[in-house]
Structure formats: structure tokens, C-alpha cells
Design a protein around this ligand. Structure first.
Ligand SMILES: Cc1ncc(COP(=O)(O)O)c(C=O)c1O
Length: 375
């Protein structure tokens, strides 16, 4: 069998093991230590966020954001419908009610017009506004985040940016994840940089991050016998895992450059097929192109293409199934326009790992073109 080509495998930089070794030498085999502090400092310096908190996952980071923003049982939280479940599950952990907003075709991300329509309709009919909006920058491409942040501010809605997939993506030079009240990144095994599993919560608000830090370590009050006035979680990142993050941060700019090159390779390779459209990049923004994603011509079934690539041991994936279409959210309200349904029906993600060789890219495009020609 051919060597498998994965969608987005881990790509180590080279220094990760030495930082893990350091942790062993210092015996900080614990959810604190020099690697954790350094990884947080690197994220702050890279993104420009004033405060950062390293956690066990991106999902944990979103959960803590909801907790520290005071979102409580019964509150309503708006969110992008075109996202991964990790964005939304924390809304359910807190027994809050999600309300989904669809995408636009300009960004494939949350449609600011739909958001504004919904919030202004509520304002004019004196309906309750949501407490927060969880905005996803999908596949590493920025949503229209500046406008969305302005809308949220106008209506008093906390903006939480789910930048799990978009570390390093910028909008007018500012990093995704730093426009809202809080932002999160994920370092899951398939992300642009990985720590095997992990996440980061960022904010410019010191009190919010300090409260999140408290909650992430079982909410232990300052007493030798462990006193608790509220409940927390065991969400802090391990010093071993953070060693991987430290090494990965050193190569992040190279990883973004390579992912963008891979995107350009596919774009050029399929430039003669006018019915194909790639995920756009909003004017003023620069995505990290975590995954190259595209909409196929109407007559081609993404599942047929996926199975044909699978026969060559090439991994591809449908676009995320929107949350409003998930059985879990049957009956959940939202403001929808059909865009994310169309993207799910017609879209596909291609292998995009930064370690892909040119030979592998040639092989993928060769097979993809062959399947397209025969379907
Ligand atoms: C858009 C999005 N949100 C949230 C998450 C959750 O991150 P994690 O897997 O680190 O919990 C992920 C990735 O897994 C994601 O892709």
C-alpha cells in the first residue's frame, strides 16, 4: 500500500524534545513550570494579546471564557453554525442555549449582516439580547471580524473568538483571536502547530485571565488546606506538553508560509476548472490556510471524490456539517440563509500539512483531476 497522505499531520520543528528534556531535568513534570510560562510568553508576544493562559484544550479555553464572562444557566449564546463541535459544546456544559448564525459567501464565516439583522430586530422588539457570540475563523481564514466586533460592542454582546484553527491569521495586521473580549487557540494534533493536545485562552483583560487561571486549577483559594468558594476544573496545560508548544512556536511563521504555498499550488493546479471555488480571503486579511478547502462543481459528489482519494490512501474530508443540521441541535433556533448547508453539500478539504512534499502534491492533484474527469 502507498504511504498514507494525511489531511494535516503533526510537523515538529526539531527543538521540542530538548524542551521536554529540560522539564525532566528540572523535575517539573506537572501542570506548571518553565515550559508553560515560556509558551504563554511566546503566544503573547506573537499575537499581541496582553495575557495568555495555557490549557488542556481549545474546548476547555472556550468553556472558561464563558465561565469568567459570567454566562450562566439559561443564558443565550450566539455562535457560528459553520464550525466544529468544540466551539459549541461548552455552551451546553453551562446549560445555556445556543442560537446559530449562518455564513456569507464572501468569507464562508459568520455573516455580519445576518448578525446585525438579528440583534437590531431584537433591539427594536425589546427582545432579550444574547450574552455572548462565539465567532469561528474557520479553516484558518478570518471572518469579517472588525465589523463583527463593532456590532457586538454596539449591542453589548461579549465577543469570544474561536481562533482554534487560525493561529497566525491576521485582519488588517491584527491577529485573529485578539479582536474580542477573549480569544482561544487549539494545539490539537491536526492544527497548524500542535502540542498533541492543548489550548490557549487570551485576553487583554487581566482580571478575566486571572479568574480563568484560578478556575483551571480546581479553584483553590489561598489556604494550605484547600478552601473552595466556587468550583473549577483540572484544565491547566502540562509542562511536558508545553515543551512541544515552545518548539512549535519557533517554526510557526514557516508553517504558515508553507500552508499558503500549498494552497497556491492547488489553486494554480485547478485554475482551468472554473466551477471550482476555493475558500476566499477577505480583503485586508491574511489567513494561515490551515486547510485548503474548495467547493466542487455541482455535478460532483464530495463523498465520491473522498472515497476515490481514499483508494489511493489519500485522506480528505467533507467540510464541517453545520451545527444547526446536527441531530444534537434539532429544534435549536438560528438565523440561517442556506450558505453553510451548500458548503457542506459541495465542499471538500484537501491534504494541507506543512510537511507535504511536492511529489505528494503532484500525486494528490493527479488523482483528483482523474476522478473529476471520470465523474
Ligand atoms: C473551530 C474549532 N473550535 C474548537 C476546537 C476545539 O479545540 P480542541 O480540540 O483543542 O479542544 C477545534 C479543534 O479541534 C476547532 O477546529
Amino acid at each position: 500500500m502507498n504511504k498514507r497522505i494525511f489531511l494535516s499531520p503533526p510537523h515538529m520543528g526539531g527543538n521540542e524534545l530538548s524542551y521536554i528534556q529540560e522539564a525532566f531535568e528540572s523535575n517539573y513534570i506537572a501542570p506548571l513550570g518553565h515550559n508553560v510560562d515560556t509558551f504563554e510568553a511566546q503566544i503573547k508576544s506573537y499575537t499581541g494579546a496582553k495575557y495568555a493562559l495555557a490549557l488542556t484544550s481549545g474546548t476547555a479555553a472556550i468553556h472558561l471564557a464563558l465561565r469568567v464572562l459570567g454566562i450562566k444557566e439559561g443564558d443565550e449564546v450566539m455562535a457560528s453554525t459553520f464550525t466544529f463541535i468544540g466551539s459549541i459544546a461548552p455552551i451546553l456544559y453551562e446549560r445555556c442555549t445556543p442560537f446559530f448564525i449562518d455564513s456569507d459567501t464572501a468569507s464562508w464565516n459568520l455573516d455580519p449582516n445576518l448578525l446585525e439583522e438579528e440583534l437590531s430586530h431584537r433591539a427594536s422588539t425589546r427582545k432579550k439580547q444574547p450574552k455572548a457570540l462565539i465567532l469561528t475563523h474557520l479553516y484558518g481564514q478570518c471572518a469579517d471580524v472588525k465589523r463583527i466586533a463593532t456590532i457586538c460592542e454596539h449591542y453589548g454582546v461579549h465577543l469570544i473568538e474561536d481562533a482554534a484553527e487560525s493561529l497566525g491569521a491576521t485582519y488588517e495586521g491584527k491577529q485573529s483571536g485578539t479582536f474580542g473580549k477573549m480569544g482561544i487557540y487549539s494545539f490539537n494534533g491536526n492544527k497548524i502547530i500542535t502540542t498533541s493536545g492543548g489550548g490557549m485562552l487570551v485576553s487583554d483583560d487581566e482580571a478575566l485571565i486571572s479568574h480563568a487561571r484560578h478556575l483551571s486549577t480546581q479553584a483553590r483559594d489561598n489556604a494550605p488546606h484547600y478552601e473552595h468558594t466556587e468550583y473549577g476544573y483540572n484544565y491547566r496545560m502540562s509542562n511536558i506538553v508545553a515543551g512541544i508548544g515552545r518548539g512549535q512556536m519557533e517554526v510557526l511563521p514557516e508553517r504558515i508560509e508553507r500552508r499558503r504555498e500549498i494552497f497556491e499550488y492547488y489553486r494554480k493546479a485547478f485554475s482551468e476548472v472554473p466551477e471550482i471555488s476555493f475558500m476566499p480571503e477577505l480583503k485586508g486579511s491574511l489567513g494561515n490556510r490551515w486547510l485548503t478547502t474548495l467547493i466542487l462543481p455541482e455535478h460532483l459528489s464530495p463523498e465520491r471524490i473522498r472515497l476515490s482519494l481514499e483508494e489511493q490512501n489519500i485522506e480528505s474530508r467533507p467540510l464541517w456539517k453545520p451545527m444547526h443540521a446536527q441531530p444534537l441541535f434539532h429544534g435549536t433556533k438560528g438565523r440561517l440563509n442556506g450558505v453553510s448547508d451548500m458548503l457542506f453539500q459541495r465542499g471538500i478539504c484537501l491534504p494541507s500539512g506543512s510537511s507535504l512534499s511536492t511529489d505528494e502534491l503532484e500525486k494528490i492533484t493527479f488523482h483528483l483531476k482523474a476522478v473529476m474527469a471520470h465523474n
